[in-house]
Design a protein around this ligand. Structure first.
Ligand code: GLN
Length: 478
């Protein structure tokens, strides 16, 4: 393919050879409306290679197309290109890519390059510059919300298990979701809900929610957003971290005040386990990643380092040494270590416990019960300090949570280079809790300070499967 428009400026599309699709195109639905779709390069397409911004998958042609891509094509999508990203989804700035970094189009032309956010940075930029109407990204710990925040668009991470992940190259299976990006909430809302995407179970994806569970969840959540005067919105106090840029804090306060003036009740809430969320995420996600990436060994996929010695003993190490980038290698080492017998109890198991506490924190503050849990019979003999009943006691409960998406505005690429890995991981502190709990969340751009070059990303989080009302509220916040 020739370089696409703006490629040289923002590096958001992946230049690749067009392929001959092997399957017939999906049948167009009667309600299909044509739109341009950009697809993150860890989601398989038959028309283009799927390389996950990794050397190890150079020009890899998938023999099948992701369910989500086929679902959207049947709804009128034409794919405008595959988008640049952090290798295998690991990163927050779309700089860990074999194609080079994605650049933020909101930065002034005479200014240094600025982060577009990651890992779905290419998808966000494709939408922000108008090359696509909607883009597909993946969000494991914030990778749709963060680039949306940095590029001034909308990024939606659905409830875990709602949208099919068949054909999405896994990073951390227990956290991965497919998300959508657009300039406004409406195209996302209408695709997911008006065309019934949220109702479709995919038998090819073992994490796709079964039909009966979908129906049960939908019955538990109201489809309509009531008048704002009937809503309570929580401000999680632990999200007010010292590192928060003062003007992002202002945008957060202004958004809360605007909702309050439209009648909503705004209350502070506490999610005490939030402080541990980032550590737990950076144990669990690399652990799952190290296991997922074991298959890239030079035998089954992608490039091959060399034939190795006669016994093939160096084939794996040469392939993996040459094919993976530095951040992916770091994650493999971290993950392999925390899963090793000496570290398992102290890291992996502890992180799973923290994850449970985080889920419980959310369940305690939301008015709605988590519809995934079967309703429990009330039994006095079972009552202990962790019963659901006690969890529900205490301060007011809320319909939604409101927070910033990221602690700061997009940093300069040169600044990121100077930071340690841990400092870079810090950037995900406000997005990983909802990921660990599998909850739906959306980032919308809010501009309070007109003189500021970048809008602030404001995040809304809802109870599991309350996605429809979440998007309706997001639309009002913008
Ligand atoms: N920045 C986070 C990470 O590197 C999240 C990435 C994602 O959501 N894919 O793991």
């Amino acid at each position: 393919l020739p370089l696409r428009r703006s490629q040289s400026t923002f590096n958001h599309f992946v230049a690749s050879t067009k392929l001959q699709p092997v399957s017939p195109p999906p049948q167009l639905r009667s309600d299909a409306k044509p739109f341009r779709l950009a697809v993150k390069d860890n989601i398989t397409t038959e028309e283009f290679p799927t390389q996950c911004a990794s050397g190890i998958l150079g020009q890899h042609a998938s023999p099948f197309e992701a369910t989500i891509v086929r679902q959207l094509r049947s709804r009128g999508a034409s794919i405008v290109g595959k988008t640049n990203m952090d290798e295998f989804g690991m990163g927050s700035h779309s700089t860990h890519s074999v194609h080079g970094p994605v650049r933020n189009p909101l930065a002034a032309t005479d200014e240094e390059d600025v982060s577009a956010g990651g890992s779905s940075g290419g998808s966000a930029v494709a939408v922000a510059v108008g090359d696509a109407d909607v883009a597909l990204g993946t969000d494991t710990g914030g990778s749709v919300r963060l680039p949306a925040a940095y590029t001034g668009i909308v990024g939606y991470k659905p409830s875990y298990g709602m949208l099919s992940r068949f054909g999405v190259v896994p990073y951390a299976n227990s956290l991965d979701t497919v998300g959508l990006l657009a300039r406004d909430v409406e195209p996302i809302r209408s695709l997911v809900f008006d065309t019934g995407l949220y109702e479709e179970h995919d038998p090819n994806d073992p994490t796709s929610l079964r039909l009966e569970t979908r129906q049960r969840c939908s019955q538990a959540c109201s489809p309509n957003l009531p008048d704002l005067s009937q809503l309570t919105i929580g401000i999680p106090v632990e999200y007010n971290i010292a590192e928060l840029d003062p003007s992002i804090r202002d945008a957060w306060v202004a958004t809360a005040s605007a909702l309050e003036s439209q009648g909503a009740r705004i209350v502070p809430v506490s999610l005490p386990s939030t402080k541990e969320a980032l550590c737990a995420y950076y144990i669990l996600a690399p652990a799952e990643a190290s296991s997922n990436l074991a298959k890239y060994d030079g035998v089954r996929y992608g490039i091959r380092g060399s034939e190795g010695d006669a016994a093939g003993e160096t084939l794996y190490s040469e392939t993996r040494g040459a094919g993976f980038g530095a951040e992916v290698k770091r994650r493999i080492l971290l993950g392999t270590y925390s899963l090793s017998s000496e570290a398992m109890d102290n890291y992996f198991i502890q992180a799973q416990r923290i994850r449970r506490l985080i889920q419980r924190d959310f369940d305690r503050v939301f008015k709605l019960d988590n519809p995934l849990y079967e309703p429990r019979q009330f039994d006095l003999s079972e009552m202990s300090s962790d019963t659901a009943l006690e969890d529900k006691q205490g301060p007011v409960q809320v319909d939604f949570l409101l927070s910033p998406t990221a602690p700061t505005y997009p940093p300069k690429l040169s600044e990121i280079q100077k930071r340690s890995s841990v400092d870079v991981y810090m950037n995900d502190v406000l997005t990983v809790p909802a990921s660990l709990a599998g909850l739906p969340a959306v980032s919308v751009p809010v501009k309070v300070d007109r003189s500021h070059q970048f809008p602030a990303g404001i995040q809304l989080i809802a109870q599991y499967w309350d996605d429809r009302r979440l998007l309706a509220l997001a639309d009002k916040v913008m």
